[in-house]
Design a protein around this ligand. Structure first.
Ligand code: GLU
Length: 285
């Protein structure tokens, strides 16, 4: 049996959708449709302090206005905590995670020590210096984040690192994970934040597998995070989908659009009388 081609659009309801989101949603939809499959909508609301029901309602409105349709009910990550906790527990049994009590200032201080070398920025910000790496999970408290021990995770997987297939125009082809890049350029990423008990990486990996996603369509800014996702899939025994990272939509000055760019919010274009066809033209689809 082959899987139904399934893509997803996975916005966080923390602000208005803008032209960049329209590009992602339309691409995910069009690629699913041309493969005879379907696009799912997933609401990525693990950050309960920043997610708002009114933004979620506007996401549904904007996407319907664009002419998109998706199966209901949609999956909300805020109800999926037990699944994320179960995945974290499995990694705990493998001995590849540890509790970290460092605050941002501690990390900066450790990285500015004379012997530390130049700090490296990874997909999640500064590469963690490993201060808490030897703390056992039994010591984990409510004030701790949980980090992946990247070295231990790579040891666990063994010499043959997993690959992923990229179908996007920017990095197309087969990519094999690289141990040195993961250790030096990514490091011990946070898998459970102290405030929300999970993380984007954990939630996205668990849910892409749970929803049977066969191709992840998203912006090129998440290409570097993909190696983290593929590594977690290998550890957790989950399938690796294909990935399609698309170009980012920028403003007139070449700067990438952010949630706060209300001027390019779909709702603003709608209010000014733009049509969905005009939106497609604006973003070159
Ligand atoms: N929720 C993420 C965002 O709003 C997208 C994550 C993904 O597509 O993997 O940017």
């Amino acid at each position: 049996m082959t899987d139904t081609p399934t893509t997803r659009f996975a916005p966080s309801p923390t602000g208005p959708l803008h032209l960049g989101h329209a590009y992602s949603a339309l691409t995910a939809h069009d690629r699913a449709q041309s493969a005879g499959g379907r696009m799912l909508l997933r609401i990525e609301d693990i950050d309960t302090a920043r997610s708002k029901p009114e933004w979620e309602a506007q996401i549904f409105d904007d996407l319907a206005w664009l002419g998109l349709d998706w199966p209901r009910p949609v999956l909300r990550q805020s109800v999926r905590r037990p699944a994320y906790d179960a995945a974290l527990d499995r990694l705990g049994v493998m001995g590849v995670i540890y509790p970290c009590r460092c605050r941002r200032a501690d990390i900066r201080a450790a990285l500015s020590a004379p012997q530390a070398g130049a700090p490296v920025h990874g997909p999640d910000g500064l590469v963690y210096p490993g201060t808490c790496r030897d703390r056992p999970m039994a010591a984990a408290g409510a004030q701790d984040a949980i980090r992946l021990n990247m070295g231990a995770a790579l040891d666990r997987i063994g010499r043959m690192l997993p690959t992923f297939r990229e179908t996007g125009p920017l990095h197309g082809g087969l990519h094999r994970l690289d141990a040195t890049a993961l250790i030096k350029g990514v490091g011990d990423v946070v898998l459970a934040r102290r405030d929300i008990g999970t993380s984007y990486h954990m939630a996205v990996v668990v849910d892409d597998a749970f929803q049977g996603i066969t191709e992840v369509v998203r912006g090129a800014d998440l290409f570097e995070a993909t190696q983290i996702h593929v590594l977690l899939q290998a550890l957790l025994g989950l399938p690796t989908p294909a990935y399609h990272h698309h170009r980012l939509i920028t403003d007139d000055t070449g700067k990438r659009l952010a949630k706060r760019d209300d001027a390019r919010a779909l709702a603003t274009y709608r209010a000014e009388g733009a049509t969905p066809a005009a939106i497609r033209r604006m973003i070159g689809l």
